[in-house]
Design a protein around this ligand. Structure first.
Ligand code: GGG
Length: 364
């Protein structure tokens, strides 16, 4: 994961992009600002990207955004993007491109049940490979020999990318097991780590076969990982079991597309996509990002749930070497959820984005 060196000051790129990203990212910024001396002085650098930016100035991911992130920033936060569902000449998803430009090869998505809310007990982390699979976006369409059209998409799986995402998953499992040693509460209290490799190699025996074998090869090669249990699930049965008995999953590692899909499913288990954070992590850079999309239906209404973004800011701080500040944010969020007075409509409340953020700020 990104460097955990403590820094004396921080420069964070802020890329709200589209839709509710422009409402929830400022909420996360307010929380970071409220931490005061718990973290070094932060300079926030507003940066452009997104579908709206493409329509306004012709580039979904301006070169200046990439340059500033690479040359000037210690980390970043990304909001959400509204890529169209049809091909638009010259447009390509800026978040997919950013992950590649910055080599943010892991999308780490912790999903936990929410204090005070109904639902099953969940405490898992989905580790999604972030650079390849169908997201290399090599698609083509031709006239089909018998009439009509035929379209193809190339799916790329490399041993290199699969091994490094596997290593990240085993490291996270080791760290989680270490953190819960001696704990008495929680579904995983005191238990050893477990990594579930998600694939579909009974059908895609070459591509998913390589993913599965590469992740296993990392496990086989490193003695320290033997403290972690490893198992496998076909992606379809992963979805079934996740909904039937989510408590059995600790860390799940998956190729890009499966990881994207199962993490939205996992978000449904804990009440809302508006609660689930993520970080895009590489060896040299990290970018927080709520799992939810741009939600055009509620854009501009000040009712988007800011918690996924605020928790993503917490993950960012954790990765940058400020675990106490990260814990402080999480504790404030949990307390607000538990009290239940301020909740946005996605989790059954009537509060605004601003009210929920204010309630969290009061506890910092
Ligand atoms: N914050 C996650 C997000 O924006 N999800 C929507 C997404 O990634 N869509 C792909 C795209 O619009 O390019």
């Amino acid at each position: 994961m990104a460097s955990v060196l403590k820094r004396s000051s921080l420069k964070l790129g802020m890329i709200p992009a589209d839709g509710i990203g422009k409402e929830v990212l400022p909420a996360a910024q307010r929380v970071l600002e409220a931490l005061g001396s718990a973290i070094p002085k932060v300079t926030f650098v507003p940066l452009l990207a997104g579908w709206e930016e493409f329509n306004a100035r012709g580039k979904a991911l301006p070169e200046e955004t990439i340059r500033v992130l690479k040359e000037e920033c210690d980390g970043a936060m990304f909001g959400s993007v509204s890529s169209p569902s049809h091909k638009v000449a010259g447009y390509s998803s800026p978040i997919v491109a950013l992950r590649k430009h910055l080599d943010l090869y892991a999308n780490v998505r912790p999903v936990s049940s929410v204090p005070g809310m109904p639902g099953p007990k969940v405490d898992m982390v989905i580790v999604r490979e972030n650079t390849e699979c169908l997201y290399i976006k090599k698609e083509e369409i031709h006239d089909a020999p018998g009439g009509g059209k035929v379209a193809y998409a190339t799916r790329q799986i490399t041993s290199y990318a699969s091994e490094r995402i596997g290593r990240m998953a085993f490291e996270i499992a080791l760290r989680r097991a270490e953190e819960r040693k001696g704990a008495t509460e929680g579904i995983w209290a005191g238990k050893e780590g477990k990594v579930t490799i998600v694939h579909k190699s009974n059908v895609l025996s070459v591509t998913d076969g390589l993913f599965r074998e590469s992740v296993r090869s990392v496990y086989d090669a490193e003695q320290r990982f033997k403290a972690v249990k490893v198992e496998e699930q076909l992606v379809d049965s992963m979805v079934y079991r996740m909904f039937r008995e989510p408590e059995i999953f600790d860390v799940a590692v998956a190729p890009n597309l499966y990881g994207d899909i199962i993490s939205d499913g996992a978000a449904a288990l804990v009440g809302s996509l508006g609660l689930v954070p993520s970080i895009n992590a590489g060896d040299n850079f990290v970018m927080g990002e709520p799992v939810h999309g741009s939600a055009p239906d509620i854009e501009g209404k000040n009712i988007a749930n800011p918690i996924a973004s605020i928790r993503s800011a917490s993950l960012l701080l954790q990765s940058l070497g400020f675990p106490e500040a990260a814990t402080k944010i999480n504790a404030a969020v949990d307390a607000v959820l538990l009290e239940g007075k301020y909740r946005t409509p996605d989790i059954g409340g009537k509060s605004t984005t601003t009210e929920v953020t204010d309630a969290i700020l009061k506890l910092l």
